[in-house]
Design a protein around this ligand. Structure first.
Ligand code: ZN
Length: 258
């Protein structure tokens, strides 16, 4: 209780400071999603960014220097995911490790519970349960500037972190409000996952990337990318999936500015 009170007090202090102009310039240059938000959401995003930057440990790898630009660009994208959620600050993510580019992993462990490693030998990112989120700066920037439509590394890795908020098991289901929401989640997403597996097996491309067939955790992470990156496409082609995600994130990105 006392720790919670201390944390609230610290957050109030952090968010009472005016948002630096320089940080706004970094967002304008590197995080295109901000331009789509309403004034209210942009205001909320900045408060979340201030807390996120203040509370995480930041570390550069392979000689990479973590500048304020790097922190703001990562924080702004991560916090878009939690704009509609009550008091979610990724508290269980203690550190952010940033590599200059995709990197070759030193370990070969890829399947232990609570560890998600992405895409083959040259890794783009990782999410560890109660551990660091590891990101490639080149890919963070490409996602923020929407140079790879439909893909966003930060959304993807932090979707895994939302998934891990209810424990080490990364099962593609973040904490939900109640049984009704969980029932709807399963009703809609289970058949969609099976359909995606079938479509990809036949070699057809669609709105949702076939990387989502890796397992249900990757399915949720890939859906999160599409929900925020291509909401119109998702709501047109998979309206029920869009509805379930909109209900979870408490956001309607298909109505945001283009
Ligand atoms: Zn993943």
């Amino acid at each position: 209780m006392f720790l919670k009170w201390l944390r609230c007090r610290r957050r109030r202090r952090v968010t009472a400071v005016p948002f630096p102009d320089e940080w706004n310039a970094f967002i304008e240059a590197n995080v295109i999603h901000d331009q789509r938000l309403s004034d209210e959401l942009r205001f909320r995003l900045r408060k979340l960014i201030q807390v996120f930057i203040a509370e995480k440990n930041w570390e550069g790898c392979n000689g990479f220097a973590v500048s304020e630009e790097v922190k703001v660009t990562i924080a702004a994208q991560a916090c878009v995911l939690v704009l509609g959620l009550q008091n979610v600050h990724f508290d269980h993510v203690l550190s952010i490790l940033v590599y200059p580019d995709s990197y070759v992993a030193k370990t070969v462990e890829t399947t232990r519970a609570g560890v998600i490693v992405e895409r083959g030998h040259a890794r783009l990112g990782e999410a560890w349960w109660r551990g660091p989120v590891i990101l490639s700066w080149a890919d963070v920037l490409a996602g923020g500037r929407r140079e790879s439509p439909g893909r966003n590394l930060v959304f993807h890795e932090f979707a895994h972190q939302l998934d891990m908020m209810n424990g080490r098991m990364v099962d593609g289901t973040p904490p939900l409000k109640n049984d009704k929401q969980l029932q709807r989640w399963v009703e809609v997403l289970e058949p969609e996952y099976k359909q995606l597996v079938e479509r990809c097996r036949q070699g057809h491309q669609g709105v949702v990337d076939c990387y989502g067939t890796t397992n249900v955790a990757e399915f949720f992470a890939v859906l999160t990318e599409v929900f925020f990156e291509c909401p119109q496409l998702l709501s047109t082609h998979h309206p029920q999936v869009y509805g379930v995600l909109s209900d979870y994130f408490q956001l309607s990105p298909h109505s945001w500015r283009n």
